[in-house]
Design a protein around this ligand. Structure first.
Ligand code: ATP
Ligand code: MG
Length: 479
């Protein structure tokens, strides 16, 4: 790789400006880490760029900002010795090179100023430790003390120093190794895998938030199963997501077996990832069967059952989110809803697909009906080509019917065509349970297809229903 090539890599004028500015301040500066890795991999230019200065990163940031158009604000984090500038669509993070040493009894490293080499030594992986020089005299030179470039070519995740120490010092790196392997389709070097296996229990000292960040990135990779398989293989999975590990295994009683729901789940996650980048829908795929472990029973006559696993699973979603300190917000509710409804389209498409069943599905799923269909399509993992074709075709019919039903009756985000007030007025009722009964009957009649979702028809139906309930219409005041 020639120096010319690297010059091209960092064509963006900001790099030249940073280099010249650091020269004026009498310090050296480098772009380091994810930027260098992703650019050499042709993954495009990352928006967050880490600059390391041999000297004060804050001072460099301030001088750079003063030269930029519009003098962007510099956010200084004194405690960390870092400074951040937003410039165009880039986030530039400046830090002084440092040396870290970890004491056995403390998780917090001792941090001192250091050389570039010191700074590279404290980085997690060889492919994340590469730096490109920015000063005019050596602009574009690659500084790669651990052969990170070679590892990029060999597609290997390797630590610069002894992996046992690297992972023990900051156990989050175990998750980062797996995340990068999954994102980049790399292999983790065997010594690293062994070190993760030995250090896995130390993941407990890492905050949930940092772990969840890595889980999100694994889930968003092209083939998330890769990351989850590595978590499984290294023993991290039961420490972080025991609900998934519990799905593993096939039991056989009296010749009756059920499928291995762990490996099935990983297939579903890969399938859905071909069709959606929605992180929360991918979470739903990951968790859609977790209720199967606690609900598994064997019955002599019918074999294996997982009665109400969708309901149990949706309750487990809440506990899991809470344990991992993920926000208990709309996203969580969405995942719960997907898990709760995950078997509905399947049950519906098993035999004849009726209009009323589809109408009920749209009514219950609301705006999430398309996501639910995407989940159910991904759930088809049968290796029997005939069944595979049949299920897929049935879902196609369901999707068509959803469109038809939607055109006829708008039951998505259903609003009752006759209001409670109108019912009260019609029969001269005070707020009472009769109103609920009539409202429910109208809704049922619409979902069944007995009446269209329109005011006139619903009004007539209400009058009839009232008669059946021996309610007297209120006399017209003008009569
Ligand atoms: P991405 O931004 O895609 O997550 P990245 O490599 O830029 O990838 P960041 O978390 O942004 O990852 O970190 C920037 C750089 O800081 C990394 O490339 C690595 O050199 C270093 N780094 C980050 N976290 C750690 C860690 N836990 N231990 C050691 N070095 C780390
Ligand atoms: Mg980054």
């Amino acid at each position: 790789m020639t120096q010319e090539f690297h010059k091209k890599v960092i064509q963006h004028p900001i790099f030249k400006l940073i280099g010249e500015t650091s020269e004026e301040l009498g310090m050296d500066s480098y772009v380091i880490g994810g930027f260098v890795r992703d650019y050499l991999l042709n993954r495009g230019i990352p928006k967050d760029i880490d600059i390391v200065a041999i000297g004060s990163g804050i001072q460099l940031a301030q001088k750079v900002a003063s030269k930029l158009k519009g003098n962007p604000q510099v956010s200084v984090f004194k405690n960390f010795g870092t400074a951040m500038i937003k410039h165009e669509d880039l986030e530039l993070e400046f830090v002084g090179a440092r040396k870290e040493s970890y004491q056995r009894n403390s998780r917090k490293p001792i941090v001192e100023d250091g050389s570039l080499q010191d700074d590279q030594n404290r980085r997690d992986f060889t492919i994340n430790a590469m730096a490109l020089a920015l000063n005019p005299s050596n602009f574009g030179q690659l500084l790669d003390p651990f052969d990170g470039r070679k590892d990029l070519g060999r597609k290997i995740i390797r630590t610069p120093l002894d992996p046992k120490i690297t992972y023990s010092d900051d156990p989050l790196r175990m998750m980062r190794a797996i995340r990068f392997a999954s994102q980049l389709n790399f292999e983790i070097e065997i010594r690293s895998l062994q070190a993760i296996l030995e250090n896995k229990d130390r993941i407990k000292i890492v905050s949930e938030e940092r772990i969840v960040d890595e889980l999100h990135k694994i889930l968003l990779s092209e083939k998330p199963s890769m990351g989850f398989k590595l978590m499984h293989q290294t023993g991290l999975l039961p420490l972080i997501l025991p609900e998934l590990t519990a799905l593993q295994g096939i039991e056989e009683i009296e010749g009756q077996r059920h499928k291995d729901n762990f490996w099935h789940t990983l297939e579903v996650v890969d399938n859905i990832s071909e069709n959606t980048d929605n992180l929360w829908l991918r979470w739903a795929a990951l968790l859609h069967d977790i209720g199967k472990a606690p609900t598994k029973r064997f019955h002599k006559k019918i074999g294996w059952t997982f009665h109400a696993h969708e309901f149990v699973g949706s309750k487990m979603v809440y506990k899991l989110f809470k344990r991992l300190r993920m926000p208990l917000n709309d996203k969580m509710k969405f995942v719960q809803k997907m898990v709760l409804m995950s078997s509905r389209p399947i049950a519906l498409s098993e035999d004849h697909v009726t209009d009323s069943a589809v109408r009920r599905l749209v009514f219950d799923a609301g705006d999430y009906v398309d996501d639910l269909m995407t989940l159910c399509e991904a759930d088809i993992t049968t290796k029997n080509p005939k069944k595979q074709r049949k299920y897929k075709n049935n879902f196609k019919i369901v999707r068509q019917k959803i469109v038809e039903v939607e055109e006829k009756d708008q039951v998505r985000n259903f609003q009752p065509p006759v209001s409670g007030e109108e019912i009260m007025k019609t029969f001269n009722l005070k707020p009472s349970k009769e109103i609920g009964i009539i409202k429910d009957a109208i809704k049922e009649a619409i979902l069944e297809g007995d009446i269209p979702n329109e005011y006139e028809a619903a009004y007539q139906f209400m009058v009839e229903k009232g008669k059946q309930m021996n309610l007297k219409p209120a006399s017209n005041e003008n009569e």
